[in-house]
Design a protein around this ligand. Structure first.
Ligand SMILES: NC(=O)c1ccc[n+]([C@@H]2O[C@H](COP(=O)([O-])OP(=O)(O)OC[C@H]3O[C@@H](n4cnc5c(N)ncnc54)[C@H](OP(=O)(O)O)[C@@H]3O)[C@@H](O)[C@H]2O)c1
Length: 288
């Protein structure tokens, strides 16, 4: 008797910051992986990955990727408009979906600033339910890797970090832990219906985070506090306005509060969440 091939998991957003690690971790766990991308030719996945072309804005283009899958990992970075048709199409094929969302339901001031991203994520979660899929929602707080986008080039050039709300505390979660949780809940049906807020293990001010990066690279990094208006002026040409508004509101609201911390990473993985110090040490070369 031949044994049926296990159904693949479709990783949509597999070329992205989190998705790429989800692909690797699923492969390590022995789960067949299909990755969806708009540009298969340049996606550069390991040979074991089945790569399919698909675009959320063209629902018919998703058919090939969705055929025979057990579950979908979804990262949504587009405006909402294309979501209803794309997610309805996913629901015709997949029983389960793991969605990379954000902690917009968490009753902590940092997460309770009204912003367009919170509404987008909430609306997508509703579409997943309406499409009849059982969802597992993972809700990371601040990614540790934001430090790469925000600070790496300034630190490499030897300049001071000029930043607002230095005392604002967050609990950066290591992107590798986010991906590991995603891969685990994709592979294990026992997490269907789960809802996990993922944070790092400690509350750290932004000043402390910069200091930890300095320790990792063996250099003192100056932190110069800016007022929110000064920061707005300095980033006006480079930061999207909604992102800037969202972050300034969240940092302002969280002043005087320790960051919200959960044990979800260790609960799901059975290993402790990585610290920001660990993240900075492992990424030191990006800052030097
Ligand atoms: N930064 C944080 O601190 C933080 C915290 C919590 C939650 N989040 C959430 O995390 C998400 C971002 O994750 P990420 O950084 O891993 O994303 P990312 O690196 O920007 O990757 C986006 C992915 O989406 C795919 N994609 C974009 N447009 C597509 C389309 N039309 N059709 C099909 N695929 C498309 C891209 O694939 P191709 O280009 O290959 O097609 C790419 O793989 C956001 O939803 C954000 O709100 C972020």
């Amino acid at each position: 008797m031949t044994r049926a091939e296990p159904e693949p998991v479709l990783v949509a957003g597999g070329t992205g910051r989190v998705g790429r690690m989800v692909v690797d971790q699923l492969l390590e766990a022995g789960v067949p992986v299909r990755a969806l991308t708009r540009q298969p030719a340049t996606a550069a996945f390991p040979a074991a990955v089945e790569v399919v072309r698909g675009d959320f804005t063209i629902p018919d283009s998703l058919e090939e990727g969705l055929r025979g899958v057990s579950a979908v990992f979804l990262v949504w970075t587009l405006p909402f408009a294309a979501a209803p048709a794309a997610i309805e199409r996913m629901g015709r094929h997949a029983r389960r979906m793991v969605f990379l969302s954000a902690p917009h339901r968490t009753p902590h001031p940092f997460f309770q600033q009204p912003n367009p991203m919170a509404k987008l994520h909430a609306d997508i979660e509703q579409l997943i339910t309406d499409a009849g899929m059982i969802s597992t929602v993972i809700r990371p707080g601040m990614f540790a890797s934001n430090a790469l986008h925000w600070w790496a080039s300034t630190i490499r050039s030897g300049h001071a970090i000029r930043w607002p709300y230095g005392a604002a505390e967050t609990a950066p979660v290591d992107d590798r832990d986010v991906a590991a949780v995603a891969a685990r809940v994709l592979a294990d049906e026992g997490h269907a219906g789960g809802d996990y807020v993922l944070t790092g293990p400690e509350s750290l001010s932004q000043v402390e985070q910069v200091r930890i990066i300095g320790t990792a690279i063996g250099r003192d990094i100056k932190f110069e506090e800016l007022s929110p208006d000064e920061f707005r002026r300095e980033t006006a040409d480079t930061w999207p306005r909604p992102v800037l508004d969202m972050l300034l509101a969240a940092w302002d609201a969280t002043m005087g509060h320790p960051a919200y911390i959960t044990s979800s990473v260790s609960d799901v993985l059975g290993t402790p969440a990585r610290t920001f110090h660990q993240w900075a040490t492992d990424h030191a070369s990006a800052f030097t």
